[in-house]
Write a protein that binds this ligand. Sequence first.
Ligand code: BDR
Ligand code: CA
Length: 307
Amino acid sequence: MSTPIVIDCDPGHDDAIAILLALASPEVELRGVTTVAGNQTLEKTTVNALKVLELAGRADIPVAAGADAPLTRTLRVAANVHGESGLDGPSLPEPTTQVVDAHAADFLAELIEPGVVLVPTGPLTNVALMLERHPDVRDRLESIVWMGGAIAEGNVTPAAEFNAFVDPEAAAAVFASGIPVTMIGLDITHKALFTRAHADRLRDTGAAGRVVAELSDFFQRFHESRYDFDGSPIHDALAVAHVIDPTLVTTLNCNIEIETASQYCDGRTVVDRWLVLEGAPRNAYAGIDVDAQRFLELLVERIGSLA
Ligand code: BDR
Ligand code: CA
């Protein structure tokens, strides 16, 4: 039986690959895509989502655009990582479809029915707005698998991961909502690097394989110069992979709180990794380990199966 999912994203190289992984995987059924400002402006992330679905021949999947800025803060984009378009590198087909006529926060509430897993791979602005506007969703949304945060590192400040840092107030609202959130953070995504050898295996498999190889070529430049990594973490695809095969990531049920008022640590996901807080609610699941080899093989095999 396949799990229905909705991806709320800010494409973004790894968001694009996450969408393609979902489309290539029979274990999940992608019911809709919603977009948020993050890696680039909302206008750009939305057109990018439409282009990725067009590429995959799945323009039938509805896309709704959401928040063009964080709940209270000024948007900070990641053009240094994803380029001016948000998806620099390959050439992608122009969309033939348009977004649906609804704000993502409302469209998400419509799409979420019992059994649907919400997979946000950007700042949590749309998800927080959905919970505020449609509190009844709490009763039917059983789980959120979010790419964001980190137990022990940061990538936009020493203390914070990008998706958490861009909208910490939204992240705080989502983690306090009572809905179990699984956090696929940097500690594990940085352990699973997609290398040039992986990209080369995809380059001639079809249009999607070529695009993923070229996305990875572009993404790799940043990861080489910033981290001296021999490959790129395809962060967002790991969140989708966790729904496809829950044995890939080991999780810990624990308390996670989000810092929103600190000079140095705004956006920090404060994870009680060693369960030191007696009596604190175990409101979340933190990814603490990943079978990197199996994840990367899944990714290459599934993307390679797309036309
Ligand atoms: C996250 O930030 C974005 O740049 C990526 O798309 C990913 O969702 C990694 O920190
Ligand atoms: Ca993302």
